[in-house]
Design a protein. Structure first.
Length: 389
Protein backbone atom coordinates (compact mmCIF):
# COMPACT_ATOMS: atom_id res chain seq x y z
CA UNK A 1 0.00 0.00 0.00
CA UNK A 2 1.23 3.50 -0.80
CA UNK A 3 1.26 5.81 2.19
CA UNK A 4 2.42 9.41 2.59
CA UNK A 5 4.20 10.47 5.77
CA UNK A 6 3.88 14.19 6.45
CA UNK A 7 6.36 16.07 8.61
CA UNK A 8 7.08 19.63 9.50
CA UNK A 9 10.58 21.00 8.92
CA UNK A 10 12.42 24.25 9.52
CA UNK A 11 14.70 25.07 6.56
CA UNK A 12 17.91 27.02 6.82
CA UNK A 13 18.17 30.41 5.14
CA UNK A 14 19.92 28.86 2.14
CA UNK A 15 17.34 26.08 1.82
CA UNK A 16 14.42 28.49 2.19
CA UNK A 17 15.76 30.75 -0.57
CA UNK A 18 16.22 27.78 -2.90
CA UNK A 19 12.79 26.31 -2.13
CA UNK A 20 11.04 29.66 -2.55
CA UNK A 21 12.74 30.18 -5.93
CA UNK A 22 11.79 26.62 -6.97
CA UNK A 23 8.15 27.13 -6.00
CA UNK A 24 8.09 30.51 -7.72
CA UNK A 25 9.42 29.02 -10.94
CA UNK A 26 6.96 26.11 -10.75
CA UNK A 27 4.12 28.57 -10.23
CA UNK A 28 5.30 30.72 -13.16
CA UNK A 29 5.54 27.73 -15.51
CA UNK A 30 2.10 26.48 -14.41
CA UNK A 31 0.46 29.88 -15.00
CA UNK A 32 2.18 30.43 -18.38
CA UNK A 33 1.12 26.97 -19.54
CA UNK A 34 -2.45 27.56 -18.37
CA UNK A 35 -2.55 30.92 -20.19
CA UNK A 36 -1.17 29.33 -23.37
CA UNK A 37 -3.72 26.51 -23.32
CA UNK A 38 -6.58 28.92 -22.65
CA UNK A 39 -5.48 31.30 -25.40
CA UNK A 40 -5.04 28.47 -27.91
CA UNK A 41 -8.57 27.25 -27.34
CA UNK A 42 -10.45 30.56 -27.27
CA UNK A 43 -8.58 32.17 -30.16
CA UNK A 44 -7.79 29.22 -32.46
CA UNK A 45 -9.92 26.36 -31.05
CA UNK A 46 -6.77 24.29 -30.64
CA UNK A 47 -6.24 21.78 -27.85
CA UNK A 48 -2.82 21.93 -26.24
CA UNK A 49 -1.69 18.93 -24.18
CA UNK A 50 1.17 18.08 -21.87
CA UNK A 51 3.67 17.32 -24.65
CA UNK A 52 3.12 20.74 -26.24
CA UNK A 53 3.52 22.58 -22.92
CA UNK A 54 6.69 20.57 -22.22
CA UNK A 55 8.12 21.82 -25.52
CA UNK A 56 7.10 25.35 -24.54
CA UNK A 57 9.03 24.97 -21.29
CA UNK A 58 12.17 24.05 -23.24
CA UNK A 59 11.80 27.21 -25.32
CA UNK A 60 11.08 29.37 -22.26
CA UNK A 61 14.35 28.28 -20.68
CA UNK A 62 16.22 29.55 -23.76
CA UNK A 63 14.75 33.06 -23.44
CA UNK A 64 17.00 35.60 -21.81
CA UNK A 65 14.34 37.05 -19.52
CA UNK A 66 13.42 33.55 -18.26
CA UNK A 67 16.97 32.30 -17.86
CA UNK A 68 16.42 31.95 -14.10
CA UNK A 69 14.34 28.82 -14.76
CA UNK A 70 17.64 26.96 -15.28
CA UNK A 71 18.79 27.79 -11.75
CA UNK A 72 16.33 25.38 -10.10
CA UNK A 73 15.62 21.70 -10.56
CA UNK A 74 13.69 20.91 -13.74
CA UNK A 75 11.67 18.11 -12.09
CA UNK A 76 9.20 20.32 -10.12
CA UNK A 77 8.59 22.34 -13.30
CA UNK A 78 7.70 19.23 -15.29
CA UNK A 79 5.57 17.91 -12.42
CA UNK A 80 3.66 21.20 -12.42
CA UNK A 81 2.81 20.67 -16.10
CA UNK A 82 1.63 17.14 -15.31
CA UNK A 83 -0.59 18.49 -12.54
CA UNK A 84 -2.04 21.00 -15.00
CA UNK A 85 -2.82 18.15 -17.40
CA UNK A 86 -4.56 16.29 -14.57
CA UNK A 87 -6.57 19.42 -13.75
CA UNK A 88 -7.78 19.68 -17.35
CA UNK A 89 -8.59 15.96 -17.42
CA UNK A 90 -10.78 16.37 -14.33
CA UNK A 91 -12.40 19.46 -15.86
CA UNK A 92 -13.33 17.71 -19.11
CA UNK A 93 -14.64 14.74 -17.15
CA UNK A 94 -16.92 17.03 -15.13
CA UNK A 95 -15.20 16.32 -11.81
CA UNK A 96 -13.80 19.81 -11.26
CA UNK A 97 -14.02 23.42 -12.40
CA UNK A 98 -11.74 25.10 -14.91
CA UNK A 99 -8.16 25.37 -13.56
CA UNK A 100 -7.25 28.63 -11.80
CA UNK A 101 -4.03 30.56 -11.82
CA UNK A 102 -1.82 30.03 -8.79
CA UNK A 103 -1.19 32.95 -6.43
CA UNK A 104 1.92 33.68 -4.43
CA UNK A 105 0.20 34.46 -1.12
CA UNK A 106 -1.43 31.01 -1.11
CA UNK A 107 1.95 29.43 -0.44
CA UNK A 108 3.21 26.87 -2.90
CA UNK A 109 4.48 23.36 -3.42
CA UNK A 110 7.18 21.53 -5.35
CA UNK A 111 7.14 17.83 -6.17
CA UNK A 112 10.41 15.91 -6.52
CA UNK A 113 10.61 12.45 -8.08
CA UNK A 114 13.45 9.95 -7.56
CA UNK A 115 15.79 11.71 -9.98
CA UNK A 116 15.61 14.96 -7.99
CA UNK A 117 16.39 13.82 -4.44
CA UNK A 118 18.56 11.42 -2.46
CA UNK A 119 17.44 9.28 0.48
CA UNK A 120 20.52 8.51 2.53
CA UNK A 121 20.70 7.29 6.13
CA UNK A 122 17.12 8.36 6.78
CA UNK A 123 17.70 11.91 5.54
CA UNK A 124 16.38 13.81 2.52
CA UNK A 125 18.73 15.65 0.16
CA UNK A 126 16.89 17.67 -2.49
CA UNK A 127 18.36 18.60 -5.87
CA UNK A 128 20.77 21.55 -5.85
CA UNK A 129 20.83 21.45 -2.04
CA UNK A 130 23.97 20.23 -0.24
CA UNK A 131 22.50 19.84 3.25
CA UNK A 132 19.63 17.54 4.32
CA UNK A 133 16.24 18.94 5.24
CA UNK A 134 15.99 19.51 9.03
CA UNK A 135 12.85 17.41 9.44
CA UNK A 136 11.13 16.94 12.79
CA UNK A 137 10.59 13.17 12.71
CA UNK A 138 7.35 12.83 14.66
CA UNK A 139 7.06 9.26 13.34
CA UNK A 140 9.77 7.12 11.82
CA UNK A 141 9.38 5.71 8.32
CA UNK A 142 9.53 1.88 8.39
CA UNK A 143 12.87 0.33 7.51
CA UNK A 144 13.43 -0.80 3.91
CA UNK A 145 10.80 1.72 2.74
CA UNK A 146 12.34 3.89 0.01
CA UNK A 147 10.52 7.14 -0.95
CA UNK A 148 9.22 7.36 -4.50
CA UNK A 149 8.07 11.00 -4.37
CA UNK A 150 8.79 13.89 -2.03
CA UNK A 151 6.59 16.99 -1.97
CA UNK A 152 7.62 20.18 -0.19
CA UNK A 153 4.82 22.58 0.69
CA UNK A 154 4.69 26.10 2.12
CA UNK A 155 1.30 26.91 3.66
CA UNK A 156 -0.26 30.41 3.67
CA UNK A 157 0.47 30.48 7.42
CA UNK A 158 4.21 30.25 6.69
CA UNK A 159 4.68 26.64 7.83
CA UNK A 160 6.91 24.24 5.89
CA UNK A 161 5.86 20.61 5.40
CA UNK A 162 7.39 17.69 3.56
CA UNK A 163 5.32 14.72 2.39
CA UNK A 164 7.21 11.48 1.74
CA UNK A 165 5.40 8.86 -0.35
CA UNK A 166 6.51 5.25 0.24
CA UNK A 167 5.26 1.75 -0.47
CA UNK A 168 4.51 0.78 3.13
CA UNK A 169 4.72 -2.99 3.70
CA UNK A 170 3.79 -2.59 7.39
CA UNK A 171 0.14 -1.85 6.59
CA UNK A 172 -1.72 -5.09 7.29
CA UNK A 173 -5.43 -5.94 7.59
CA UNK A 174 -6.93 -5.73 11.05
CA UNK A 175 -8.35 -8.86 12.69
CA UNK A 176 -11.77 -9.64 11.26
CA UNK A 177 -14.81 -8.58 13.23
CA UNK A 178 -18.44 -9.71 13.07
CA UNK A 179 -19.82 -6.21 13.69
CA UNK A 180 -21.65 -4.02 11.17
CA UNK A 181 -22.53 -0.34 11.46
CA UNK A 182 -24.56 2.21 9.54
CA UNK A 183 -23.67 5.90 9.71
CA UNK A 184 -25.98 8.85 9.16
CA UNK A 185 -24.10 12.14 8.95
CA UNK A 186 -25.65 15.32 10.29
CA UNK A 187 -24.99 18.80 11.62
CA UNK A 188 -26.13 18.80 15.25
CA UNK A 189 -24.76 15.29 15.65
CA UNK A 190 -21.82 14.68 13.35
CA UNK A 191 -22.83 11.03 12.96
CA UNK A 192 -25.61 8.84 14.30
CA UNK A 193 -24.92 5.12 14.32
CA UNK A 194 -27.20 2.13 13.89
CA UNK A 195 -26.15 1.09 17.41
CA UNK A 196 -28.10 4.03 18.83
CA UNK A 197 -25.09 6.25 19.55
CA UNK A 198 -24.58 9.87 18.50
CA UNK A 199 -21.26 11.66 18.07
CA UNK A 200 -21.58 15.36 18.80
CA UNK A 201 -20.35 17.76 16.14
CA UNK A 202 -17.40 19.66 17.69
CA UNK A 203 -17.98 22.67 15.38
CA UNK A 204 -14.35 23.77 15.24
CA UNK A 205 -15.10 26.78 13.02
CA UNK A 206 -17.72 28.10 15.42
CA UNK A 207 -15.27 27.91 18.33
CA UNK A 208 -12.75 30.15 16.58
CA UNK A 209 -15.16 32.32 14.62
CA UNK A 210 -14.69 35.37 16.88
CA UNK A 211 -10.91 35.10 16.67
CA UNK A 212 -11.10 34.75 12.89
CA UNK A 213 -13.41 37.75 12.63
CA UNK A 214 -11.00 39.85 14.68
CA UNK A 215 -7.99 38.96 12.52
CA UNK A 216 -9.94 39.50 9.29
CA UNK A 217 -11.07 42.91 10.49
CA UNK A 218 -7.45 43.81 11.25
CA UNK A 219 -6.49 42.67 7.75
CA UNK A 220 -9.18 44.82 6.15
CA UNK A 221 -7.79 47.93 7.89
CA UNK A 222 -4.26 47.50 6.53
CA UNK A 223 -3.10 49.41 3.48
CA UNK A 224 -2.91 47.30 0.34
CA UNK A 225 0.53 46.10 -0.81
CA UNK A 226 2.06 47.01 2.57
CA UNK A 227 4.19 44.80 4.82
CA UNK A 228 1.64 45.13 7.62
CA UNK A 229 -1.02 43.71 5.31
CA UNK A 230 1.21 40.70 4.57
CA UNK A 231 1.68 40.12 8.30
CA UNK A 232 -2.08 40.41 8.91
CA UNK A 233 -2.77 37.93 6.10
CA UNK A 234 -0.47 35.41 7.79
CA UNK A 235 -2.38 35.85 11.05
CA UNK A 236 -5.65 35.05 9.28
CA UNK A 237 -4.06 32.00 7.67
CA UNK A 238 -2.85 30.78 11.08
CA UNK A 239 -6.41 30.82 12.44
CA UNK A 240 -7.64 28.86 9.41
CA UNK A 241 -4.77 26.37 9.90
CA UNK A 242 -5.75 25.96 13.55
CA UNK A 243 -9.32 25.14 12.54
CA UNK A 244 -8.22 22.68 9.85
CA UNK A 245 -5.74 20.92 12.13
CA UNK A 246 -8.29 20.45 14.92
CA UNK A 247 -10.89 19.17 12.45
CA UNK A 248 -8.56 16.63 10.81
CA UNK A 249 -7.25 15.41 14.15
CA UNK A 250 -10.78 14.75 15.40
CA UNK A 251 -11.83 12.99 12.18
CA UNK A 252 -8.72 10.78 12.11
CA UNK A 253 -9.34 9.58 15.66
CA UNK A 254 -13.05 9.01 14.97
CA UNK A 255 -12.61 7.09 11.70
CA UNK A 256 -9.83 4.92 13.13
CA UNK A 257 -12.03 3.97 16.08
CA UNK A 258 -14.94 3.08 13.78
CA UNK A 259 -12.71 0.86 11.61
CA UNK A 260 -11.19 -0.97 14.55
CA UNK A 261 -14.60 -1.92 15.93
CA UNK A 262 -16.51 -2.81 12.74
CA UNK A 263 -15.94 -5.01 9.71
CA UNK A 264 -18.55 -3.38 7.44
CA UNK A 265 -19.41 0.34 7.38
CA UNK A 266 -22.39 1.67 5.43
CA UNK A 267 -22.82 5.34 4.50
CA UNK A 268 -24.91 7.39 2.08
CA UNK A 269 -23.40 8.54 -1.21
CA UNK A 270 -24.25 12.21 -0.69
CA UNK A 271 -23.87 14.94 -3.32
CA UNK A 272 -22.03 17.26 -0.95
CA UNK A 273 -21.05 19.76 -3.66
CA UNK A 274 -24.69 20.26 -4.58
CA UNK A 275 -25.72 20.55 -0.93
CA UNK A 276 -23.12 23.30 -0.44
CA UNK A 277 -25.08 25.47 -2.89
CA UNK A 278 -27.69 25.97 -0.17
CA UNK A 279 -26.42 29.19 1.45
CA UNK A 280 -28.34 28.47 4.64
CA UNK A 281 -26.55 25.17 5.28
CA UNK A 282 -23.23 25.62 3.46
CA UNK A 283 -21.29 26.88 6.47
CA UNK A 284 -22.55 24.13 8.78
CA UNK A 285 -21.89 21.41 6.18
CA UNK A 286 -18.35 22.61 5.47
CA UNK A 287 -17.60 22.81 9.20
CA UNK A 288 -18.86 19.24 9.69
CA UNK A 289 -16.55 18.14 6.83
CA UNK A 290 -18.62 15.16 5.62
CA UNK A 291 -16.48 14.74 2.52
CA UNK A 292 -13.27 14.39 4.54
CA UNK A 293 -14.98 11.92 6.87
CA UNK A 294 -16.02 9.64 3.99
CA UNK A 295 -12.65 10.07 2.26
CA UNK A 296 -10.79 8.89 5.35
CA UNK A 297 -13.12 5.93 5.74
CA UNK A 298 -12.54 4.99 2.09
CA UNK A 299 -8.76 4.75 2.09
CA UNK A 300 -8.52 3.35 5.62
CA UNK A 301 -10.90 0.53 4.64
CA UNK A 302 -8.53 -0.34 1.78
CA UNK A 303 -5.57 -0.28 4.15
CA UNK A 304 -7.03 -2.41 6.91
CA UNK A 305 -9.23 -4.87 5.03
CA UNK A 306 -12.61 -3.40 5.93
CA UNK A 307 -15.66 -3.04 3.67
CA UNK A 308 -17.21 0.35 2.94
CA UNK A 309 -20.63 0.33 1.27
CA UNK A 310 -22.21 3.48 -0.18
CA UNK A 311 -25.95 3.39 -0.78
CA UNK A 312 -27.98 5.54 -3.15
CA UNK A 313 -28.44 9.14 -1.99
CA UNK A 314 -32.14 8.98 -2.90
CA UNK A 315 -32.87 6.14 -0.53
CA UNK A 316 -35.53 7.45 1.97
CA UNK A 317 -33.57 6.53 5.09
CA UNK A 318 -35.19 9.17 7.32
CA UNK A 319 -38.77 8.76 6.03
CA UNK A 320 -38.88 4.96 6.22
CA UNK A 321 -40.07 3.27 9.41
CA UNK A 322 -37.37 0.89 10.57
CA UNK A 323 -40.03 -1.37 12.18
CA UNK A 324 -42.67 -1.90 9.48
CA UNK A 325 -41.12 -0.27 6.37
CA UNK A 326 -43.82 2.38 5.94
CA UNK A 327 -42.64 5.54 4.14
CA UNK A 328 -44.16 8.88 5.09
CA UNK A 329 -44.66 11.61 2.50
CA UNK A 330 -42.90 14.55 4.16
CA UNK A 331 -40.43 14.98 7.01
CA UNK A 332 -39.13 18.57 7.42
CA UNK A 333 -35.65 19.09 8.87
CA UNK A 334 -36.99 20.72 12.05
CA UNK A 335 -38.76 17.46 13.05
CA UNK A 336 -36.20 15.33 14.89
CA UNK A 337 -38.63 12.70 16.22
CA UNK A 338 -41.70 11.20 14.57
CA UNK A 339 -44.25 8.44 15.09
CA UNK A 340 -45.07 5.91 12.41
CA UNK A 341 -48.76 6.28 11.44
CA UNK A 342 -48.98 2.59 10.55
CA UNK A 343 -47.39 0.76 13.49
CA UNK A 344 -47.16 3.58 16.03
CA UNK A 345 -43.39 3.22 16.64
CA UNK A 346 -41.69 6.37 17.86
CA UNK A 347 -38.43 7.12 16.00
CA UNK A 348 -35.45 9.34 16.56
CA UNK A 349 -34.89 10.72 13.07
CA UNK A 350 -31.10 10.19 12.92
CA UNK A 351 -30.96 6.81 14.68
CA UNK A 352 -33.78 5.46 12.49
CA UNK A 353 -31.96 6.69 9.37
CA UNK A 354 -28.72 4.99 10.46
CA UNK A 355 -30.55 1.68 11.00
CA UNK A 356 -32.19 1.90 7.57
CA UNK A 357 -28.85 2.76 5.96
CA UNK A 358 -27.29 -0.34 7.51
CA UNK A 359 -30.16 -2.58 6.36
CA UNK A 360 -30.00 -1.19 2.82
CA UNK A 361 -26.22 -1.53 2.71
CA UNK A 362 -26.34 -5.18 3.77
CA UNK A 363 -28.99 -5.85 1.12
CA UNK A 364 -26.79 -4.28 -1.55
CA UNK A 365 -23.78 -6.26 -0.31
CA UNK A 366 -25.59 -9.59 -0.40
CA UNK A 367 -27.70 -9.45 -3.56
CA UNK A 368 -26.82 -6.15 -5.26
CA UNK A 369 -30.46 -5.06 -5.21
CA UNK A 370 -31.54 -1.48 -5.62
CA UNK A 371 -32.15 0.41 -2.41
CA UNK A 372 -34.88 2.63 -3.83
CA UNK A 373 -38.47 1.66 -3.01
CA UNK A 374 -39.63 1.67 -6.65
CA UNK A 375 -36.49 1.77 -8.81
CA UNK A 376 -34.92 5.06 -9.82
CA UNK A 377 -36.47 7.52 -12.22
CA UNK A 378 -33.35 7.40 -14.39
CA UNK A 379 -33.66 3.63 -14.75
CA UNK A 380 -37.33 3.91 -15.63
CA UNK A 381 -36.60 6.57 -18.23
CA UNK A 382 -33.85 4.44 -19.75
CA UNK A 383 -36.11 1.41 -19.94
CA UNK A 384 -38.88 3.40 -21.64
CA UNK A 385 -36.42 4.67 -24.28
CA UNK A 386 -35.35 1.11 -25.06
CA UNK A 387 -38.91 -0.14 -25.60
CA UNK A 388 -40.02 -0.24 -29.27
CA UNK A 389 -42.86 2.01 -30.32
Amino acid sequence: MEKAYRYRFYPTVEQENLLRRTMGCARLVYNKALAARTEAWYERQERVGYSETSSMLTNWKKEEELDFLNEVSCVPLQQGLRHLQTAFTNFFAGRAKYPNFKKKHNGGSAEFTKSAFRWKNGQVFLAKCTTPLPIRWSKQIPERCVPSTITVKLTPAGRWFVSILVDDYTIKPLPKSDKFIGLDVGITSLIATSNGDKITNPKHFKKLRKKLKRTQKALARKQKASNNRKKARVQVAKVYAQIADARKDFLHKLTTQILRENQTIVVEDLAIKNMMKNHKLALAISDASWGELIRQLSYKCEWYGRELIKIDRWFPSSKRCGNCGHIINELPLNIREWECPKCGTNHDRDINAAKNILAAGLAVSVCGATVRPQESKSRKAGAMKQKPN
